[in-house]
Design a protein around this ligand. Sequence first.
Ligand code: UGB
Length: 588
Amino acid sequence: RRNLPLLAPHEVELAKLLLSEGQSHLFEHWPEPGVDDDKKRNFFDQVCRLNSSYPGGLASYIQNARKLLADSKAGKNPYDGFSPSVPSGEVLTFGDDNFVSLEEAGVKEARHAAFVLVAGGLGERLGYKGIKVALPRETTTGKCFLQHYIESILALQEASCKLVEGECNTKIPFVIMTSDDTNALTVKLLESNSYFGMEPSQVHILKQEKVACLADNDARLALDPNDKYKIQTKPHGHGDVHALLYSSGLLEQWKSTGRKWVLFFQDTNGLLFNAIPSALGVSATKGYNVNSLAVPRKAKEAIGGITKLTHVDGRTMVINVEYNQLDPLLRATGHPDGDANCETGYSPYPGNINQLILEIGPYMEELQKTHGAISEFVNPKYTDSTKTAFKSSTRLECMMQDYPKTLPPSAKVGFTVMDAWLAYAPVKNNPEDAAKVPKGNPYHSATSGEMAIYRANSLILRKAGAQIADPVIDTFNGQEVEVWPRITWIPRWGLIFKDVKAKVHSNSSVSQRSALVINGKNITIQGLSLDGTLIVNAKDEAKFNVTGHIENKGWTIQHVDHKDTSEKEEIRIRGFKFNKVEQLELNY
Ligand code: UGB
C-alpha cells in the first residue's frame, strides 16, 4: 500500500482484488511513490484488460486456476468415471442422392447463417512467419486461404438468395477472431485487397486477449521476465470465441435479423467449403443444436476423436476427446492397444475437424447462462515428480469444441462424417515434422494441403463424368504425395456437386500434366481434351463453353528444397513451384 501511486477508484478495486486473491507478490518489488508511476499505471491498465476480458473476471481466473492446478497435482483424470465408446453419426457419401439433396438443403439455409473463423493462432507447428490465412491455398492461382473463404461465403450468399422469391438483400456476416499475434496482419490483408469483394460492413474482427501466466500451484500470477510491471501472458486457446461472440452483442443482432446458424471454422483447411453445404443441410434436416464435422481418423493423427462418453452415473455425451488424451483414456478403460486403427485401417473414433455448426437459439440460451465460458484445462510442465514447481509458467486453456460439455442431456448434439479427400486438408506441420509422420498418416503440411485441392477437384470432376488422368507419385520435402492435374475453380462456378455436374460433360478429358483454371461462373466444359495449361476467364454475362483439343508445353513442376532461402517461404514450405513454360489464356 505504501508503494502505490495515487490510484483511481477502479485501480484501487483492482489492487484489492489482486491482494485478496493472494497476489501481493506482484507489488513487493515496487519502489516508493513517485518512482516508475507511469509503469505502475500501465500495470493497472493491463490488469484491467485481463479482468474485463475473462468471463467472471480475474478473480474467477485465479480461482479456476487454483482448482485445476490442484487437480493436476493430484493426478486427477478429467475423464474419471467416463468410459469411451464409438458414437454413431451421419455418414455422407459424396455425390449420392442423399448428399446432393443435403447440399441443396444447406444452400437454402445459408442465407440464415453467420460464419466465424478462428484465426488467432500463430501456427508454431508450421513455423511460418506470417499469418496462416495469408498463405496461398494453392499456387496455381496463388489465392490465399482468406480470399477463398470469403469467395465461398459470397458464393453461398448469392446461391441462397437466388432461391428466394422476390428481392433478397441478405449479407452473410463473417467474423474473424484474431489475437495480438495476428490482428494487424489480418486487417492489413483485408484492407489491401478490398475485403476480397465482401462488403466491409459484413466483416467483424473480434480480437481475443491473452490470459495471465501462472507461476506456481497457488496460481500466483507470473511477471514478465523482461518487465517487472507487466504480467506475463499467453494464448488461452480457440475456446475464447464463444465469450467474445457473447460479449460483442453480435448474436443478438443476428437473431433479431432471422439468422439461424453459426458456423465456426479454422484457419487453413482449403477443402472445408466442399463440406459446408451438405453439413448445413444435415443440421437443418436433423434439427441438430450442435453438429461437428468429422473425417475418418488415422490412429495417432493430431486431430481429436469424436467419442461417446458414458459416466458411471449414467450421463452420456458425444464430445471431442483431444488427440493427446484419447490414447491414455482408452488404455485406462480396458483398451490395452490405446489409440489404434481397427480393421478398416482407421481409428474407430471419427476425427474432429473443428468445424462446428450451432443453432443460434439454443446457443444463445446457453451463453446467457455461461457468458461463453468454456471448460478449461491446464498443462503445467513440472520440474520433477513432486509436482511442486514448474519448468516455465503455465496458463489455463480452452477449446471451442468443448462448448457442448455444459449442455443439458436434452440438447441435440450430432456429427457428420465425410471423406477426408473431400473435406479436410489442413496446413499445420513444417516440412521436417511432416516428413516424420508415420507412413500412411496424413502430413497436414503445405505440400499435402495443396496437393489435396487438386486431388479433390479431380475426383469431383471424375464423379461428374469427365476423364481425369490418374495421378503420379512424387516426393517433395521428404513427403510422398499423389500429384493430380492442377485443376482449380472459383467457388461461384462449382459451389455444390449439382453445379459441377451441370457444367461438365463426360466427353471431356484432362491429362495428368495439365493445369486448368476455371475463373467464371457460367463456363461449361464440353468436348475438351486438355494436355497442357488452360486458364479461362469469363465475365458473368458470358456463357462460354470450353471445347476442342488444347495442347501446349504447360507448367512443369520444379522441386524446391525447404532450406533454399533463395525461394519465398510460402514456396519453400511446399517443396515445389511451377515453371510456367506455356499456357493458353482465354478471356470472355
Ligand atoms: N486458434 C485461435 O484462434 N486462438 C488460439 O488461441 C489458438 C488457436 P491449431 P489444435 O481440426 O485440425 C484443433 O493449433 O488446437 C485457432 C482441435 O483442437 O491449428 O492443435 C487457430 O488459428 C483438434 O481437435 O489446432 O487442434 C486455428 O485456426 C483438431 O480438430 C485453430 O484455432 C484440429 O484442430 C486451431 O488451432 C484440427
